[in-house]
Design a protein around this ligand. Sequence first.
Ligand code: AHG
Ligand code: MN
Ligand code: MN
Length: 348
Amino acid sequence: MKISPYQADQSALAYSVGITLDRYIKLKQGDFPFASGELSQLLRDIALAAKIVNRETNRAGLSNIAGAFGQTNIQGEEQQKLDVIANIRFMRALSKGGEVCAIVSEEEDEVIDLQNKSGKYVVAIDPLDGSSNIDVNISIGTIFSIYRRKTPVGSPITSEDIMQAGNQQVAAGYVLYGSSTMLVYTTGCGVSGFTYEASLGEFFLSHPDIKAPETGNIYSINEGLELEWQPGIQEFVRECKVKKYQSRYIGSLVADFHRNLLKGGVYLYPSTVQNPSGKLRLLYEANALAFIIEQAGGKASDGTLRILDIQPEDLHQRTPLIIGSKLMVDEAEKSIQQALSEIHIISR
Ligand code: AHG
Ligand code: MN
Ligand code: MN
């Protein structure tokens, strides 16, 4: 049989757009015995809300949605209009789907109890991360964690369902609204990245089985706070400079994390004099990214403890965060321990 010239050349003419997020989620559902499809549906609900938020962020300069909303959230941070819009979008998507019973959001003071008799999942979400960057066209993101509730489905929600350590996550992910929009997620079997094709309205698998380089040459930290850093961080950063590493800090956690995940590097938001517990939130920032980085072969620590093993005590609890390439996080931890032991010797 003769191969037509059209067939022979077709891969050169029209590249394959590949597998959509929907199809991928469906395929992967088979990895979990007894999976009922609800987690898959929940991930699809999140993806749909992400598409809507992507649309809003893309036209932020044209519509009247850039700038401050005029209120502060529970953490005393000024809410941007897009913070509020993204929160509404994700809240609606999660409430309508039926799979979720409760939501923890950066933009909500209390747990949102959806009074959903059949929902077996709890979601913690930072609807818009890096929101101070919205007005200047710099990448922003969404971060989410998914837990299975501990108490029986249909019974009232308790703190046992909400205050779960990160090691209980069943799935986690982030959306990066950047030079292209990406959704990256894990269900505990590796990390997959999808790129949004706006003209088709679909996320396509672009980064299968993401692995974090074991080490790298990028360090990301707000150096303006150097004089306030906890002991050990100055020494670590000095060592990065001696090694002529690159300093890269966007100020959007998702974007800084994503770059370091792909290229190799470490992101640090340590304890500071003003914020002794750091700035980032355990439930809807650190835990999701910690789950992802571990699934990619990297590491996440608060300087001493594994992030995923921290037992939360407060909904909006903050934690110092050191996350990225495994060997670099090890080095930062060593530097902190060294500084702590010196303080201990001096104070004896
Ligand atoms: P959010 O916009 O959700 O409040 O998060 C902002 C966070 C995070 O995205 C970023 O890495 C960090 O704040 C930056 O903090 P500094 O400005 O203190 O460096
Ligand atoms: Mn954030
Ligand atoms: Mn936010």
